[in-house]
Ligand binder design. Structure first.
Ligand code: NDP
Length: 278
């Protein structure tokens, strides 16, 4: 196979669903000049050779790349230009080759999450509880604040990390923000987002059932064939609106596809296809 024009680069990478998602998006625009040379593949980059892999891809005519674990911060540093949302996230998941050969770094994870949440509830005026203060949480804060929620509370096991993030973002918004540990969460919330990796280990979070407001949306960034531990917790707390992160995955891919091609794909059929394949 000739070198593809688009890649997802990570380590490990074999599990990535991005090639299927982007192939389905490109098929929606068959015949259009913007996707005439669209070919998307995975690339396993050695842990210490991400920059070299990107340079070679660019040299061979690559146009854009998605970046996943563990290279998002390195992609941020490699980018000569960055979008505001990449700056806010401190990480890059989408690279676009600029005409002068430099790299534009973007981060579409937050936009993917917000687009998926908005398919279920309005965020404007709502109370948000974000659980976790790692890279994924950091990347979604600015796009969530752009929806003008009433407030956003960030809870994390290591509370100092949540406090740092809140101090950073509070400087740029009048929306009330606060950080706390799980045991200190007070009140109820309309949107509760799990951005921790606790579900990966099958672990539950030490949160009370009372944090969910009536008609709350419980959103887990994790997804899988089976119900995640966080969504099981939410179900047992009586929450009927429960959504996993597959829509966020497809949504961030749709944003990246648009960054590269200028074309906005239809997420719904691709999400349904990916759901059927879980
Ligand atoms: P990080 O490693 O950067 O952060 C992990 C977070 O989880 C930290 O807040 C950490 O708390 C917390 N945590 C880990 N284990 C536990 C536990 N047992 N109990 C309580 N808290 C815990 O990971 P990311 O931010 O990159 O990813 C977080 C999740 O989001 C992952 O499950 C990932 O798969 C998912 N994700 C999904 C995406 C999608 O498209 N659907 C996109 C990006 C991420 P502490 O600071 O105290 O260690």
């Amino acid at each position: 196979m000739n070198q593809p024009t688009y890649l997802v680069i990570g380590n490990p990478i074999a599990h990535s669903k991005s090639p299927q998602i982007h192939a389905a998006f490109a098929a929606q625009f068959a015949g259009r000049a913007e996707v005439a040379d669209f070919a998307y593949d995975r690339l396993l980059a050695p842990i210490d050779a991400f920059a070299a892999a990107v340079a070679q891809f660019a040299e061979n005519g690559g146009k854009g790349a998605n970046v996943t674990v563990p290279f998002k911060e390195e992609a941020f540093r490699l980018s000569v230009a960055r979008t505001d949302r990449a700056e806010a996230a401190g990480a890059v998941n989408t690279l676009k080759l600029l005409p002068d050969g430099g790299l534009l770094g973007d981060n579409t994870d937050g936009a993917g999450l917000v687009a998926d949440v908005l398919r279920h509830i309005e965020v404007r005026g709502r109370r948000i509880l974000l659980l976790g203060a790692g890279g994924a949480a950091r990347g979604v804060i600015l796009p969530l604040l752009a929806q003008a929620p009433q407030s956003l509370i960030l809870a994390n096991r290591t509370v100092a990390k949540a406090e740092q993030l809140i101090a950073h973002f509070q400087a740029a918004t009048t929306i009330p923000l606060a950080a706390c540990e799980y045991a200190a969460i007070e009140g109820e919330f309309d949107l509760v987002i799990n951005a921790t990796s606790a579900s990966l280990g099958g672990e539950r979070l030490p949160i009370a059932n009372s944090i969910f407001a009536p008609n709350a949306l419980a959103y887990d960034m994790m997804y899988g064939k089976d119900e995640t531990p966080f969504l099981a917790q939410a179900r047992e707390a009586g929450v009927s609106l429960r959504v996993d992160g597959l829509g966020m995955l497809v949504g961030q891919a749709a944003e990246a596809f648009e960054v590269w091609t200028g074309l906005r794909p239809d997420v719904e059929p691709v999400l349904a296809m990916m759901r059927a394949q879980l």
